[in-house]
Design a protein. Structure first.
Length: 650
Protein backbone atom coordinates (compact mmCIF):
# COMPACT_ATOMS: atom_id res chain seq x y z
CA UNK A 1 0.00 0.00 0.00
CA UNK A 2 1.36 3.43 -0.88
CA UNK A 3 1.68 6.06 1.77
CA UNK A 4 1.92 9.82 2.18
CA UNK A 5 2.63 12.47 4.74
CA UNK A 6 -0.72 13.68 5.97
CA UNK A 7 -1.68 17.32 6.44
CA UNK A 8 -0.59 18.67 9.80
CA UNK A 9 -2.49 21.00 12.07
CA UNK A 10 -0.81 24.19 13.22
CA UNK A 11 1.19 23.71 16.40
CA UNK A 12 0.75 27.24 17.68
CA UNK A 13 -2.89 26.89 18.63
CA UNK A 14 -4.27 29.05 15.82
CA UNK A 15 -7.04 27.85 13.61
CA UNK A 16 -6.25 27.05 9.99
CA UNK A 17 -6.91 29.63 7.30
CA UNK A 18 -9.56 28.15 5.02
CA UNK A 19 -10.32 29.52 1.58
CA UNK A 20 -14.11 29.55 1.03
CA UNK A 21 -14.98 26.86 -1.48
CA UNK A 22 -17.17 29.18 -3.49
CA UNK A 23 -14.44 31.74 -4.12
CA UNK A 24 -11.46 31.93 -6.42
CA UNK A 25 -8.17 33.23 -4.96
CA UNK A 26 -7.51 36.94 -4.97
CA UNK A 27 -6.14 38.26 -8.26
CA UNK A 28 -4.47 41.44 -7.04
CA UNK A 29 -7.11 44.15 -6.76
CA UNK A 30 -5.54 47.58 -6.25
CA UNK A 31 -7.21 48.10 -2.87
CA UNK A 32 -5.50 44.94 -1.56
CA UNK A 33 -1.94 45.91 -2.43
CA UNK A 34 0.53 45.13 0.38
CA UNK A 35 3.37 47.59 0.82
CA UNK A 36 5.79 47.75 -0.87
CA UNK A 37 4.37 45.60 -3.66
CA UNK A 38 1.93 46.87 -6.25
CA UNK A 39 0.60 45.92 -9.62
CA UNK A 40 2.56 48.90 -10.93
CA UNK A 41 5.74 47.39 -9.46
CA UNK A 42 4.94 44.15 -11.26
CA UNK A 43 4.54 45.99 -14.56
CA UNK A 44 7.88 47.75 -14.01
CA UNK A 45 9.45 44.38 -13.28
CA UNK A 46 8.14 42.97 -16.54
CA UNK A 47 9.45 45.91 -18.51
CA UNK A 48 12.92 45.52 -17.00
CA UNK A 49 13.38 41.89 -18.08
CA UNK A 50 15.27 41.37 -21.36
CA UNK A 51 13.10 39.64 -23.90
CA UNK A 52 15.58 37.48 -25.82
CA UNK A 53 19.26 36.98 -26.46
CA UNK A 54 21.10 35.38 -29.32
CA UNK A 55 22.17 31.75 -28.93
CA UNK A 56 25.86 32.65 -28.60
CA UNK A 57 25.35 35.45 -26.08
CA UNK A 58 25.50 34.99 -22.32
CA UNK A 59 22.31 36.42 -20.78
CA UNK A 60 23.16 39.26 -18.46
CA UNK A 61 21.35 37.74 -15.51
CA UNK A 62 24.14 35.13 -15.16
CA UNK A 63 26.81 36.40 -12.73
CA UNK A 64 29.77 35.05 -14.72
CA UNK A 65 30.83 32.68 -17.50
CA UNK A 66 31.50 29.79 -15.11
CA UNK A 67 27.91 29.97 -13.82
CA UNK A 68 26.55 30.13 -17.36
CA UNK A 69 28.57 27.19 -18.66
CA UNK A 70 27.66 25.11 -15.59
CA UNK A 71 24.02 25.87 -16.28
CA UNK A 72 24.35 25.02 -19.98
CA UNK A 73 25.95 21.66 -19.20
CA UNK A 74 23.03 20.76 -16.94
CA UNK A 75 20.48 22.03 -19.46
CA UNK A 76 21.94 19.96 -22.27
CA UNK A 77 21.68 16.86 -20.06
CA UNK A 78 18.07 17.76 -19.22
CA UNK A 79 17.28 18.15 -22.93
CA UNK A 80 17.70 14.39 -23.27
CA UNK A 81 14.73 13.83 -20.94
CA UNK A 82 12.24 15.99 -22.84
CA UNK A 83 9.29 14.24 -24.46
CA UNK A 84 7.93 16.61 -27.10
CA UNK A 85 4.78 14.54 -27.58
CA UNK A 86 3.69 14.95 -23.96
CA UNK A 87 5.40 18.34 -23.48
CA UNK A 88 6.97 17.05 -20.26
CA UNK A 89 10.24 15.53 -19.11
CA UNK A 90 10.43 11.76 -18.82
CA UNK A 91 12.52 9.47 -16.63
CA UNK A 92 12.53 5.99 -15.06
CA UNK A 93 10.14 5.72 -12.11
CA UNK A 94 11.53 6.22 -8.63
CA UNK A 95 9.92 7.29 -5.36
CA UNK A 96 10.55 7.32 -1.60
CA UNK A 97 8.02 4.48 -1.25
CA UNK A 98 4.79 6.32 -0.49
CA UNK A 99 2.20 8.61 -2.12
CA UNK A 100 2.30 6.63 -5.35
CA UNK A 101 0.87 3.26 -6.34
CA UNK A 102 3.18 3.02 -9.34
CA UNK A 103 5.99 0.50 -9.16
CA UNK A 104 8.05 0.91 -12.33
CA UNK A 105 8.28 2.02 -15.91
CA UNK A 106 8.84 5.49 -17.35
CA UNK A 107 7.04 8.49 -15.87
CA UNK A 108 6.49 12.16 -16.71
CA UNK A 109 7.09 14.31 -13.61
CA UNK A 110 5.18 17.56 -13.06
CA UNK A 111 7.73 19.20 -10.77
CA UNK A 112 10.74 18.24 -12.88
CA UNK A 113 8.97 19.43 -16.03
CA UNK A 114 8.40 22.84 -14.43
CA UNK A 115 12.06 23.05 -13.37
CA UNK A 116 13.04 22.29 -16.96
CA UNK A 117 10.70 24.99 -18.26
CA UNK A 118 12.31 27.53 -15.92
CA UNK A 119 15.75 26.50 -17.20
CA UNK A 120 14.61 26.87 -20.82
CA UNK A 121 13.55 30.41 -20.03
CA UNK A 122 16.78 31.09 -18.14
CA UNK A 123 18.74 30.17 -21.28
CA UNK A 124 17.41 33.32 -22.95
CA UNK A 125 17.26 31.52 -26.29
CA UNK A 126 14.16 32.32 -28.37
CA UNK A 127 13.82 28.79 -29.76
CA UNK A 128 13.66 27.40 -26.21
CA UNK A 129 10.94 29.91 -25.28
CA UNK A 130 8.39 28.05 -27.40
CA UNK A 131 9.15 24.76 -25.65
CA UNK A 132 8.97 26.40 -22.23
CA UNK A 133 5.55 27.88 -22.97
CA UNK A 134 4.27 24.53 -24.21
CA UNK A 135 5.42 22.86 -20.97
CA UNK A 136 3.84 25.58 -18.82
CA UNK A 137 0.48 25.23 -20.55
CA UNK A 138 0.65 21.47 -20.15
CA UNK A 139 1.53 21.48 -16.44
CA UNK A 140 -0.87 24.27 -15.46
CA UNK A 141 -3.68 22.27 -17.07
CA UNK A 142 -2.87 19.36 -14.72
CA UNK A 143 -3.41 21.44 -11.55
CA UNK A 144 -6.65 20.95 -9.62
CA UNK A 145 -8.10 24.47 -9.78
CA UNK A 146 -11.49 23.67 -8.28
CA UNK A 147 -11.78 25.18 -4.76
CA UNK A 148 -14.51 22.65 -3.95
CA UNK A 149 -12.03 19.77 -4.16
CA UNK A 150 -9.92 18.51 -1.30
CA UNK A 151 -6.93 18.49 -3.66
CA UNK A 152 -7.48 22.10 -4.71
CA UNK A 153 -4.30 23.85 -5.81
CA UNK A 154 -2.04 20.80 -6.12
CA UNK A 155 -0.70 18.53 -8.84
CA UNK A 156 -0.10 14.82 -9.05
CA UNK A 157 3.50 13.65 -9.09
CA UNK A 158 3.25 12.01 -12.48
CA UNK A 159 1.18 12.30 -15.63
CA UNK A 160 0.69 8.52 -15.45
CA UNK A 161 -1.02 8.76 -12.05
CA UNK A 162 -3.75 11.42 -11.70
CA UNK A 163 -4.52 12.87 -8.27
CA UNK A 164 -7.48 10.56 -7.70
CA UNK A 165 -5.23 7.51 -8.12
CA UNK A 166 -2.46 8.61 -5.75
CA UNK A 167 -2.37 7.03 -2.31
CA UNK A 168 -2.87 9.68 -1.11
CA UNK A 169 -2.07 12.88 -3.06
CA UNK A 170 0.87 14.96 -1.88
CA UNK A 171 -0.20 18.45 -0.74
CA UNK A 172 3.45 19.49 -0.79
CA UNK A 173 3.15 19.79 -4.57
CA UNK A 174 1.39 23.15 -4.17
CA UNK A 175 4.63 24.33 -2.53
CA UNK A 176 7.13 22.64 -4.84
CA UNK A 177 5.37 23.55 -8.07
CA UNK A 178 4.40 27.00 -6.81
CA UNK A 179 8.09 27.76 -6.23
CA UNK A 180 8.95 26.91 -9.84
CA UNK A 181 6.08 28.93 -11.27
CA UNK A 182 7.17 31.92 -9.21
CA UNK A 183 10.58 31.78 -10.89
CA UNK A 184 8.73 32.15 -14.19
CA UNK A 185 6.51 34.99 -12.97
CA UNK A 186 9.29 36.87 -11.22
CA UNK A 187 11.99 36.66 -13.90
CA UNK A 188 10.36 35.84 -17.24
CA UNK A 189 6.75 37.02 -17.26
CA UNK A 190 7.41 39.63 -19.98
CA UNK A 191 8.56 36.91 -22.35
CA UNK A 192 5.30 34.94 -22.12
CA UNK A 193 2.20 35.53 -24.19
CA UNK A 194 -0.40 37.60 -22.36
CA UNK A 195 -2.81 34.70 -21.89
CA UNK A 196 -0.08 32.38 -20.54
CA UNK A 197 1.17 35.08 -18.18
CA UNK A 198 -2.33 35.24 -16.73
CA UNK A 199 -2.49 31.44 -16.47
CA UNK A 200 0.81 31.41 -14.56
CA UNK A 201 -0.44 34.10 -12.19
CA UNK A 202 -3.71 32.33 -11.47
CA UNK A 203 -1.96 28.97 -11.05
CA UNK A 204 0.38 30.46 -8.45
CA UNK A 205 -2.55 31.99 -6.57
CA UNK A 206 -4.37 28.65 -6.61
CA UNK A 207 -1.24 27.03 -5.14
CA UNK A 208 -0.99 29.81 -2.52
CA UNK A 209 -4.64 29.29 -1.58
CA UNK A 210 -3.97 25.57 -1.10
CA UNK A 211 -0.97 26.37 1.09
CA UNK A 212 -3.04 28.74 3.23
CA UNK A 213 -5.86 26.21 3.51
CA UNK A 214 -3.47 23.49 4.65
CA UNK A 215 -1.56 25.85 6.96
CA UNK A 216 1.24 23.54 8.11
CA UNK A 217 2.91 24.29 11.42
CA UNK A 218 6.52 25.45 11.87
CA UNK A 219 7.62 21.96 12.89
CA UNK A 220 7.40 20.74 9.29
CA UNK A 221 10.59 22.60 8.47
CA UNK A 222 11.12 22.50 4.73
CA UNK A 223 7.44 22.90 3.79
CA UNK A 224 6.96 25.61 6.43
CA UNK A 225 9.74 27.60 4.74
CA UNK A 226 8.70 26.79 1.17
CA UNK A 227 5.05 27.69 1.70
CA UNK A 228 6.16 30.95 3.29
CA UNK A 229 8.15 31.80 0.16
CA UNK A 230 5.22 31.03 -2.16
CA UNK A 231 2.62 33.04 -0.24
CA UNK A 232 4.86 35.96 0.71
CA UNK A 233 6.36 36.47 -2.76
CA UNK A 234 3.06 35.85 -4.55
CA UNK A 235 1.46 38.45 -2.30
CA UNK A 236 4.12 41.03 -3.10
CA UNK A 237 4.35 40.25 -6.79
CA UNK A 238 0.63 40.23 -7.52
CA UNK A 239 -0.54 42.74 -4.95
CA UNK A 240 -2.54 40.14 -3.00
CA UNK A 241 -2.69 41.50 0.55
CA UNK A 242 -4.18 38.32 2.03
CA UNK A 243 -1.35 36.13 0.72
CA UNK A 244 1.27 38.68 1.74
CA UNK A 245 -0.02 39.02 5.31
CA UNK A 246 -0.41 35.26 5.65
CA UNK A 247 3.17 34.73 4.44
CA UNK A 248 4.49 37.45 6.73
CA UNK A 249 2.72 35.98 9.77
CA UNK A 250 3.85 32.49 8.87
CA UNK A 251 7.44 33.68 8.55
CA UNK A 252 7.31 35.28 12.00
CA UNK A 253 5.76 32.15 13.49
CA UNK A 254 8.49 29.97 11.97
CA UNK A 255 11.25 32.36 13.07
CA UNK A 256 9.93 32.52 16.66
CA UNK A 257 9.43 28.74 16.85
CA UNK A 258 12.93 28.02 15.54
CA UNK A 259 14.56 30.52 17.91
CA UNK A 260 12.63 29.05 20.83
CA UNK A 261 13.64 25.49 19.94
CA UNK A 262 17.18 26.45 18.97
CA UNK A 263 17.12 24.28 15.86
CA UNK A 264 14.92 22.95 13.07
CA UNK A 265 12.38 20.30 14.04
CA UNK A 266 13.39 18.36 10.91
CA UNK A 267 16.82 18.32 12.44
CA UNK A 268 20.14 17.99 10.67
CA UNK A 269 18.68 16.70 7.41
CA UNK A 270 21.11 16.66 4.46
CA UNK A 271 18.10 16.65 2.15
CA UNK A 272 15.68 19.09 3.73
CA UNK A 273 18.04 21.54 5.38
CA UNK A 274 19.35 22.22 1.87
CA UNK A 275 15.76 22.62 0.63
CA UNK A 276 15.12 25.10 3.46
CA UNK A 277 18.29 27.08 2.68
CA UNK A 278 17.32 27.23 -0.99
CA UNK A 279 13.93 28.75 -0.16
CA UNK A 280 15.51 31.08 2.40
CA UNK A 281 17.90 32.21 -0.35
CA UNK A 282 15.02 32.74 -2.78
CA UNK A 283 13.32 34.92 -0.18
CA UNK A 284 16.47 36.98 0.27
CA UNK A 285 16.58 37.36 -3.53
CA UNK A 286 12.90 38.15 -4.11
CA UNK A 287 11.24 39.52 -0.96
CA UNK A 288 11.29 43.31 -0.74
CA UNK A 289 9.59 43.91 2.61
CA UNK A 290 12.40 44.98 4.98
CA UNK A 291 11.01 43.42 8.16
CA UNK A 292 10.49 40.10 6.38
CA UNK A 293 14.02 40.25 4.99
CA UNK A 294 15.40 40.81 8.48
CA UNK A 295 13.62 37.70 9.80
CA UNK A 296 14.77 35.65 6.81
CA UNK A 297 18.34 36.71 7.52
CA UNK A 298 18.05 35.39 11.08
CA UNK A 299 16.75 32.05 9.82
CA UNK A 300 19.51 31.87 7.22
CA UNK A 301 22.11 32.10 9.97
CA UNK A 302 20.42 29.38 12.04
CA UNK A 303 20.31 27.07 9.01
CA UNK A 304 23.96 27.54 8.06
CA UNK A 305 25.11 27.23 11.67
CA UNK A 306 23.22 23.93 11.81
CA UNK A 307 25.04 22.65 8.72
CA UNK A 308 28.45 24.02 9.73
CA UNK A 309 28.46 22.41 13.17
CA UNK A 310 27.80 18.98 11.67
CA UNK A 311 30.05 19.05 8.62
CA UNK A 312 33.12 16.79 8.79
CA UNK A 313 35.82 17.95 6.34
CA UNK A 314 38.10 14.87 6.67
CA UNK A 315 35.37 12.61 5.24
CA UNK A 316 33.45 15.37 3.41
CA UNK A 317 30.30 14.06 5.06
CA UNK A 318 27.41 15.64 6.91
CA UNK A 319 27.73 14.05 10.35
CA UNK A 320 24.67 12.55 12.01
CA UNK A 321 22.21 12.06 13.47
CA UNK A 322 19.81 12.82 10.61
CA UNK A 323 16.06 13.22 10.99
CA UNK A 324 15.56 12.61 7.25
CA UNK A 325 18.10 11.37 4.75
CA UNK A 326 17.55 9.78 1.33
CA UNK A 327 21.12 8.53 0.87
CA UNK A 328 23.71 7.73 3.49
CA UNK A 329 26.75 8.99 1.58
CA UNK A 330 26.55 12.68 0.74
CA UNK A 331 26.08 13.30 -2.99
CA UNK A 332 28.24 15.71 -4.97
CA UNK A 333 25.38 18.10 -5.62
CA UNK A 334 25.12 18.79 -1.87
CA UNK A 335 28.88 19.29 -1.63
CA UNK A 336 28.68 21.66 -4.61
CA UNK A 337 25.88 23.60 -2.88
CA UNK A 338 27.98 23.97 0.28
CA UNK A 339 31.01 25.03 -1.76
CA UNK A 340 29.02 27.72 -3.56
CA UNK A 341 27.42 28.87 -0.30
CA UNK A 342 30.86 29.17 1.27
CA UNK A 343 31.99 31.40 -1.59
CA UNK A 344 34.16 28.58 -3.03
CA UNK A 345 36.43 28.83 0.01
CA UNK A 346 35.58 25.23 0.87
CA UNK A 347 37.10 23.23 -1.98
CA UNK A 348 35.44 19.91 -2.81
CA UNK A 349 35.64 20.21 -6.60
CA UNK A 350 36.52 22.71 -9.30
CA UNK A 351 34.51 25.93 -9.55
CA UNK A 352 33.23 24.74 -12.93
CA UNK A 353 31.93 21.45 -11.52
CA UNK A 354 30.40 23.20 -8.51
CA UNK A 355 28.52 25.51 -10.89
CA UNK A 356 26.77 22.67 -12.74
CA UNK A 357 23.02 22.54 -12.19
CA UNK A 358 19.82 23.99 -13.57
CA UNK A 359 19.38 26.32 -10.60
CA UNK A 360 22.94 26.55 -9.21
CA UNK A 361 23.33 30.09 -10.56
CA UNK A 362 19.81 31.13 -9.59
CA UNK A 363 19.98 30.32 -5.88
CA UNK A 364 22.58 32.64 -4.39
CA UNK A 365 22.90 30.85 -1.05
CA UNK A 366 25.26 32.63 1.36
CA UNK A 367 26.90 31.11 4.42
CA UNK A 368 27.77 33.79 7.01
CA UNK A 369 31.50 34.54 6.79
CA UNK A 370 32.26 33.60 10.39
CA UNK A 371 30.92 30.05 9.84
CA UNK A 372 32.96 29.24 6.72
CA UNK A 373 35.91 27.95 8.78
CA UNK A 374 33.77 24.98 9.91
CA UNK A 375 33.99 23.76 6.31
CA UNK A 376 37.69 24.49 5.83
CA UNK A 377 39.65 24.20 9.10
CA UNK A 378 37.38 23.28 12.01
CA UNK A 379 38.64 22.43 15.50
CA UNK A 380 39.02 18.64 15.84
CA UNK A 381 38.30 16.56 17.78
CA UNK A 382 35.20 18.08 19.32
CA UNK A 383 31.71 17.19 20.47
CA UNK A 384 28.50 18.91 19.40
CA UNK A 385 25.46 18.37 21.58
CA UNK A 386 22.31 20.08 20.34
CA UNK A 387 18.72 20.17 21.49
CA UNK A 388 16.52 19.75 18.44
CA UNK A 389 13.09 19.78 20.11
CA UNK A 390 12.35 21.20 23.55
CA UNK A 391 9.57 19.53 25.53
CA UNK A 392 7.82 19.94 28.86
CA UNK A 393 9.78 19.20 32.02
CA UNK A 394 8.20 15.76 32.36
CA UNK A 395 9.34 14.72 28.89
CA UNK A 396 12.78 14.18 27.45
CA UNK A 397 13.90 16.67 24.83
CA UNK A 398 15.08 15.43 21.45
CA UNK A 399 18.85 15.76 21.69
CA UNK A 400 21.53 14.95 19.16
CA UNK A 401 25.17 14.24 19.99
CA UNK A 402 27.94 14.27 17.41
CA UNK A 403 31.60 13.46 17.84
CA UNK A 404 33.92 14.75 15.12
CA UNK A 405 37.45 13.30 15.12
CA UNK A 406 40.34 13.56 12.68
CA UNK A 407 39.49 10.40 10.71
CA UNK A 408 35.89 9.64 11.69
CA UNK A 409 32.65 11.07 13.00
CA UNK A 410 29.77 9.41 14.83
CA UNK A 411 26.40 10.78 15.88
CA UNK A 412 23.20 9.61 17.53
CA UNK A 413 19.86 10.97 18.71
CA UNK A 414 18.55 10.12 22.15
CA UNK A 415 15.02 9.14 21.06
CA UNK A 416 13.74 8.29 17.61
CA UNK A 417 12.54 5.47 15.39
CA UNK A 418 14.26 3.48 12.65
CA UNK A 419 12.23 4.65 9.63
CA UNK A 420 14.20 4.28 6.41
CA UNK A 421 14.78 8.05 6.23
CA UNK A 422 16.20 8.24 9.75
CA UNK A 423 19.86 7.95 10.56
CA UNK A 424 19.39 7.68 14.31
CA UNK A 425 22.89 6.28 14.72
CA UNK A 426 25.36 6.94 11.91
CA UNK A 427 29.15 6.96 11.64
CA UNK A 428 31.51 7.91 8.81
CA UNK A 429 35.22 7.20 8.42
CA UNK A 430 37.95 7.68 5.86
CA UNK A 431 38.47 4.44 3.94
CA UNK A 432 41.45 4.83 1.61
CA UNK A 433 40.52 7.48 -0.96
CA UNK A 434 36.83 7.07 -0.18
CA UNK A 435 34.51 6.99 2.80
CA UNK A 436 32.64 4.27 4.65
CA UNK A 437 29.51 4.50 6.77
CA UNK A 438 27.97 2.44 9.57
CA UNK A 439 24.34 2.80 10.54
CA UNK A 440 21.76 1.02 12.67
CA UNK A 441 18.66 -0.46 11.04
CA UNK A 442 15.72 -2.71 11.88
CA UNK A 443 14.36 -4.67 8.91
CA UNK A 444 10.91 -6.22 8.54
CA UNK A 445 10.91 -8.50 5.50
CA UNK A 446 13.92 -6.62 4.18
CA UNK A 447 12.54 -3.07 4.61
CA UNK A 448 13.15 -0.61 7.44
CA UNK A 449 10.60 -1.08 10.23
CA UNK A 450 9.26 2.22 11.57
CA UNK A 451 7.83 0.67 14.76
CA UNK A 452 11.34 -0.06 15.98
CA UNK A 453 12.14 2.64 18.55
CA UNK A 454 15.68 3.72 19.35
CA UNK A 455 17.07 5.21 22.56
CA UNK A 456 20.67 6.15 23.30
CA UNK A 457 23.12 8.06 25.40
CA UNK A 458 26.38 9.21 23.81
CA UNK A 459 29.58 10.63 25.25
CA UNK A 460 32.21 11.57 22.68
CA UNK A 461 32.55 8.46 20.50
CA UNK A 462 30.97 5.99 22.96
CA UNK A 463 27.30 5.09 22.52
CA UNK A 464 25.04 3.01 24.73
CA UNK A 465 21.94 2.21 22.67
CA UNK A 466 18.76 0.16 22.66
CA UNK A 467 16.07 -0.94 20.21
CA UNK A 468 12.57 -1.60 21.55
CA UNK A 469 9.19 -1.79 19.81
CA UNK A 470 6.14 0.45 19.65
CA UNK A 471 2.63 -1.00 19.43
CA UNK A 472 1.15 2.07 17.73
CA UNK A 473 3.80 2.82 15.12
CA UNK A 474 4.00 2.38 11.39
CA UNK A 475 5.45 -0.32 9.20
CA UNK A 476 7.35 1.31 6.31
CA UNK A 477 6.38 4.86 7.36
CA UNK A 478 5.95 6.30 10.88
CA UNK A 479 2.33 7.34 10.38
CA UNK A 480 0.96 6.50 6.94
CA UNK A 481 0.69 2.72 7.24
CA UNK A 482 0.04 2.13 10.91
CA UNK A 483 0.51 -1.44 12.10
CA UNK A 484 -2.99 -2.75 12.78
CA UNK A 485 -3.73 -4.26 16.17
CA UNK A 486 0.02 -4.16 16.96
CA UNK A 487 0.44 -7.22 14.73
CA UNK A 488 2.66 -7.79 11.71
CA UNK A 489 3.09 -10.72 9.39
CA UNK A 490 6.76 -11.49 9.01
CA UNK A 491 9.10 -13.89 7.29
CA UNK A 492 12.04 -11.99 8.68
CA UNK A 493 12.71 -9.42 11.41
CA UNK A 494 16.22 -8.34 12.34
CA UNK A 495 18.36 -5.57 13.80
CA UNK A 496 21.32 -4.73 11.57
CA UNK A 497 24.60 -2.88 11.91
CA UNK A 498 25.13 -2.02 8.25
CA UNK A 499 28.37 -0.97 6.59
CA UNK A 500 28.16 0.83 3.25
CA UNK A 501 30.22 3.01 0.97
CA UNK A 502 33.85 1.96 0.46
CA UNK A 503 33.67 -1.18 2.60
CA UNK A 504 34.83 -3.87 0.19
CA UNK A 505 38.18 -4.19 1.98
CA UNK A 506 36.78 -4.13 5.51
CA UNK A 507 37.46 -7.47 7.19
CA UNK A 508 34.39 -8.84 8.95
CA UNK A 509 34.61 -10.87 12.16
CA UNK A 510 34.16 -14.62 11.79
CA UNK A 511 31.22 -14.66 14.19
CA UNK A 512 28.95 -12.45 16.28
CA UNK A 513 28.14 -13.76 19.75
CA UNK A 514 25.72 -12.02 22.09
CA UNK A 515 27.65 -10.91 25.16
CA UNK A 516 31.05 -10.92 23.47
CA UNK A 517 32.66 -7.89 21.80
CA UNK A 518 33.62 -7.78 18.14
CA UNK A 519 36.06 -5.41 16.48
CA UNK A 520 35.97 -3.81 13.04
CA UNK A 521 39.04 -2.09 11.63
CA UNK A 522 37.73 0.78 9.51
CA UNK A 523 40.63 2.51 7.82
CA UNK A 524 42.46 4.42 10.56
CA UNK A 525 39.57 3.83 12.96
CA UNK A 526 38.63 0.95 15.22
CA UNK A 527 34.98 0.17 15.99
CA UNK A 528 34.13 -2.13 18.90
CA UNK A 529 30.58 -3.44 19.36
CA UNK A 530 29.12 -5.53 22.14
CA UNK A 531 25.55 -6.82 22.15
CA UNK A 532 24.65 -6.83 25.83
CA UNK A 533 21.15 -8.24 25.35
CA UNK A 534 18.98 -9.48 22.48
CA UNK A 535 15.61 -10.87 23.50
CA UNK A 536 12.45 -11.22 21.42
CA UNK A 537 9.70 -12.96 23.32
CA UNK A 538 10.13 -16.73 23.35
CA UNK A 539 11.75 -16.81 19.91
CA UNK A 540 15.41 -17.80 19.66
CA UNK A 541 17.63 -14.93 18.57
CA UNK A 542 20.48 -15.81 16.22
CA UNK A 543 23.22 -13.84 14.50
CA UNK A 544 24.41 -13.50 10.91
CA UNK A 545 27.34 -11.79 9.22
CA UNK A 546 27.39 -11.17 5.49
CA UNK A 547 28.13 -8.86 2.60
CA UNK A 548 27.20 -8.16 -0.99
CA UNK A 549 28.62 -5.91 -3.69
CA UNK A 550 27.38 -2.73 -1.98
CA UNK A 551 27.37 -3.34 1.76
CA UNK A 552 28.21 -5.59 4.68
CA UNK A 553 26.33 -6.34 7.88
CA UNK A 554 26.23 -7.77 11.37
CA UNK A 555 22.69 -8.95 12.12
CA UNK A 556 20.67 -9.96 15.15
CA UNK A 557 17.94 -12.18 13.68
CA UNK A 558 14.82 -11.87 15.81
CA UNK A 559 12.77 -14.11 13.52
CA UNK A 560 13.34 -15.88 10.22
CA UNK A 561 11.12 -18.58 8.75
CA UNK A 562 7.70 -19.19 7.30
CA UNK A 563 5.33 -16.22 7.32
CA UNK A 564 3.77 -15.84 10.75
CA UNK A 565 1.82 -13.24 12.65
CA UNK A 566 3.74 -11.50 15.42
CA UNK A 567 1.64 -9.65 18.00
CA UNK A 568 3.76 -7.14 19.88
CA UNK A 569 1.09 -6.88 22.58
CA UNK A 570 1.64 -10.56 23.40
CA UNK A 571 5.41 -10.24 23.73
CA UNK A 572 6.52 -9.74 27.31
CA UNK A 573 10.08 -8.74 26.51
CA UNK A 574 11.63 -7.41 23.31
CA UNK A 575 14.92 -5.54 23.69
CA UNK A 576 18.23 -5.21 21.93
CA UNK A 577 20.86 -3.39 23.99
CA UNK A 578 24.37 -2.69 22.80
CA UNK A 579 27.47 -0.59 23.37
CA UNK A 580 29.50 0.82 20.49
CA UNK A 581 32.80 2.66 20.62
CA UNK A 582 34.90 4.20 17.85
CA UNK A 583 38.54 5.06 18.44
CA UNK A 584 41.46 6.24 16.31
CA UNK A 585 43.62 3.20 15.54
CA UNK A 586 46.55 4.96 17.19
CA UNK A 587 44.62 4.97 20.49
CA UNK A 588 43.09 1.49 20.32
CA UNK A 589 42.88 -0.58 23.44
CA UNK A 590 42.29 -4.28 23.86
CA UNK A 591 38.84 -5.19 22.50
CA UNK A 592 38.26 -7.76 25.24
CA UNK A 593 38.70 -5.05 27.90
CA UNK A 594 36.64 -2.29 26.24
CA UNK A 595 33.31 -3.39 27.69
CA UNK A 596 34.37 -5.28 30.83
CA UNK A 597 32.21 -3.07 33.01
CA UNK A 598 29.05 -3.15 30.90
CA UNK A 599 26.26 -4.68 32.97
CA UNK A 600 22.49 -5.21 32.83
CA UNK A 601 19.85 -5.13 35.55
CA UNK A 602 16.10 -5.78 35.47
CA UNK A 603 13.39 -3.91 37.36
CA UNK A 604 10.41 -6.25 37.45
CA UNK A 605 8.17 -3.71 39.15
CA UNK A 606 8.78 -1.00 36.57
CA UNK A 607 9.15 -3.52 33.73
CA UNK A 608 12.40 -1.93 32.61
CA UNK A 609 15.96 -2.99 32.01
CA UNK A 610 18.99 -0.81 32.62
CA UNK A 611 22.42 -0.98 31.04
CA UNK A 612 25.32 0.54 32.95
CA UNK A 613 28.69 1.18 31.30
CA UNK A 614 31.51 2.21 33.60
CA UNK A 615 34.37 3.28 31.36
CA UNK A 616 38.04 3.71 32.14
CA UNK A 617 37.75 7.36 31.17
CA UNK A 618 34.65 9.50 31.11
CA UNK A 619 31.48 9.53 33.13
CA UNK A 620 29.43 6.42 33.86
CA UNK A 621 26.70 5.88 31.25
CA UNK A 622 23.25 4.57 32.19
CA UNK A 623 20.39 3.76 29.83
CA UNK A 624 17.00 2.49 30.99
CA UNK A 625 14.36 1.20 28.53
CA UNK A 626 11.06 -0.70 28.87
CA UNK A 627 11.06 -4.46 28.48
CA UNK A 628 7.66 -4.85 26.88
CA UNK A 629 6.46 -3.31 23.60
CA UNK A 630 4.09 -0.41 24.31
CA UNK A 631 2.65 2.74 22.70
CA UNK A 632 5.30 5.25 21.69
CA UNK A 633 4.45 7.74 24.44
CA UNK A 634 4.69 4.98 27.06
CA UNK A 635 8.08 3.92 25.75
CA UNK A 636 9.35 7.49 25.99
CA UNK A 637 8.04 7.94 29.52
CA UNK A 638 9.68 4.69 30.66
CA UNK A 639 13.06 5.38 29.05
CA UNK A 640 15.74 7.51 30.70
CA UNK A 641 19.47 8.09 30.72
CA UNK A 642 22.25 9.42 32.90
CA UNK A 643 25.73 10.57 32.03
CA UNK A 644 27.55 10.81 35.31
CA UNK A 645 25.36 13.06 37.43
CA UNK A 646 23.54 14.80 34.60
CA UNK A 647 20.49 14.01 32.52
CA UNK A 648 21.78 14.22 28.91
CA UNK A 649 18.23 14.13 27.56
CA UNK A 650 17.27 17.51 29.03
Amino acid sequence: MARSRTSRKPTNGRSATVVPTDQQPSVGILSNLPPPASHFCFILLLAAIPTVCSSGEIPKWFPNEIAYHGFKAALQAADETYDAKERMTRRPFSSPGYHTTLSGGMVHSTRESLAYAVALLDSGEPERLRTAQAILRRIIALQDQNPDHKTYGIWSWFLEEPLEKMSPPDWNWADFCGVQLLQVAHDHAARLTEDLREQVRRSILHAAASIKRRNVGPGYTNIAVMGTYVTLVAGELFGDRESFEYGENRLKRFRDYTLEQGSFAEYNSPTYTIVAIKEISRMLNHVRDEESRRMVGEINRIAWRHVARHFHPPTRQWAGPHSRCYRTILDRSTLAFIQRGAGNKARFMSDAEAAEGLDAWRIAAKCPDDLVSYFTSPPLPRQERETFVKREKSQADIVGTTWLDHSFTIGSVNSSNLWNQRRSLIAYWKQGEGVGALRLRCLHNGYDFSSASFFSVQDKSDILGAVVFATDGGDTHPSLDRVRDATIEAEDLRVRFQLEGEVGNVALPSRLIIGEPVRLVLGDTVCDIKIADATFGNLPVSTEIGRDSESAWLDLVLYHGKPRKISFRDIQRATVIFALAMTPKSQQGESKNRFLRLSLSLDGKQQTTSATWVRGEGAKMLLTVPLKPAPSNSLERAASARLGEINPWK
